[in-house]
Design a protein around this ligand. Structure first.
Ligand code: SF4
Ligand code: MG
Length: 289
């Protein structure tokens, strides 16, 4: 059976602002799933809350819209219940790197076979423009009228340092490249982060497509070796050292490590396929009556 983009197209039309970087991420995700030949009934997307949180409505596979910052634990539960599924978590920078940071940190050392795509627009978009964890120092926003005095969260460095086994960054201005990174993340066995520079055309008037275009460059064109952890960390910190003049995108780091699921003999067969016909839960139920 050949899978096409049409198989992932929904009747519901995206409710994002015209020109929003979320459109390119949506197209890149659908393209990656279709080109990998994954049947829609075998894929699930879990999201949090925010503009990115709407994405499960627009991809024609299973979806779960969870709470703010909780796409990762929702996706983890889905994966453990049926690890034969392709499970993608999606979130925003405010959502996933703010209230959801704790989940992000711990999922990486567990190394579930998940793909986590973060729509990183360096702002809280849905709540109309407050500084987020990845906003640049000095940025003036509704919540920082005199300029942000905090140091931005560095998701790439955090992911490399905390055990993610595939760490990449894409740009919504290059959907084809982004789609290849997402394909790599889905086919990678282990936890994969794809952070995406995603211009918010309505509330972030600094980090625009025009701002990113001359700054981004591809790691694969620079001779970077993604197996070299020290080199990957150095690339992760490059933007801070050069004051955002050069922004690497592409695959920063990749390693092979046993997944959480692979280390549990109980999960040789997905949990949902276990025979429970002779399991009696009535006593456990009585405790809750
Ligand atoms: Fe996109 Fe920003 Fe509009 Fe949200 S507010 S849909 S992130 S442009
Ligand atoms: Mg955001």
């Amino acid at each position: 059976m050949t899978i096409t983009l049409n198989d992932y197209t929904t009747k519901e039309k995206p409710q994002w602002c015209p020109g929003c970087g979320d459109f390119a991420i949506l197209m890149a995700v659908k393209t990656a799933l279709a080109e990998l030949g994954i049947e829609p009934h075998n894929a699930v997307i879990a999201s949090g809350i925010g503009c990115s949180g709407k994405i499960p409505h627009y991809v024609g596979c299973y979806g779960f819209e969870s709470l703010h910052g909780r796409s990762v634990p929702a996706a983890s539960g889905i994966k453990l219940a049926n690890h034969s599924l392709t499970v993608i978590a999606e979130g925003g920078d405010g959502d996933g790197y703010g209230i959801g940071t704790q989940h992000f940190m711990h999922v990486m050392r567990r190394n579930y076979d998940l793909t986590y795509i973060v729509h990183d627009n360096q702002i809280y978009g849905l709540t109309t423009g407050q500084a987020s964890p990845t906003s640049m120092k000095g940025v003036k926003s509704k919540s920082t009228p005199h300029g942000l005095i905090e140091t931005p969260f560095n998701p790439i460095a955090a992911a490399i340092a905390n055990g993610a086994t595939y760490v990449a960054r894409g740009f919504a201005g290059d959907a084809k490249h982004l789609s290849e990174l997402i394909k790599g993340a889905i086919t990678h066995k282990g936890f994969a982060l794809v952070d995406v520079f995603q211009p918010c055309v309505t509330f972030n008037k600094i980090n625009t497509y025009q701002w990113f275009q001359p700054r981004v460059y591809k790691l694969e064109d620079s001779g970077h070796d993604p197996k070299n952890k020290d080199a990957a960390l150095a690339k992760a910190f490059e933007q801070e050292k050069n004051n955002y003049e050069k922004l690497p995108i592409g695959l920063f780091y990749k390693e092979e490590r046993a997944t959480y699921e692979d280390q549990l003999p109980q999960l040789k067969v997905p949990l949902v396929k276990h025979d429970v016909s002779n399991v009696d839960v009535s006593k456990a139920c009585e405790e809750f009556e």
